[in-house]
Design a protein around this ligand. Sequence first.
Ligand SMILES: [Zn+2]
Length: 120
Amino acid sequence: MSPHPTEEIMADGGVRWILSDEEREHLGQLLSVEASTFANLKGNVMNRSRITCKKCGKKSGLDDMVHGAIALGIHSNGYMIDTLLHGPDQPSPAHAIDCSKCEETFEGALAWWSPSNWTF
Ligand SMILES: [Zn+2]
């Protein structure tokens, strides 16, 4: 078992996917900024627990959502960084996301819980 919890059930609903240092590094790489940009980002609050990729075993994370958004080209890096740092102000429709490691689609629909605080 990991000594660090990877999730936290929120009192007002939703499940926080607690951001790991590895994910923080990955976000920095994806968005071309220092990982320390996300030092105060505690994790994204979602409608459900993390999903394990059935192909490579990766746990779904914020990095997978950012990876997908970059691939689609729907948001600027600046917009995504701002949203990550302050939490979303709009609910998201539930949708499938792809694993950023192997491109397999996670089984299940994901949406972030809103409004929710993503920072410490
Ligand atoms: Zn995978």
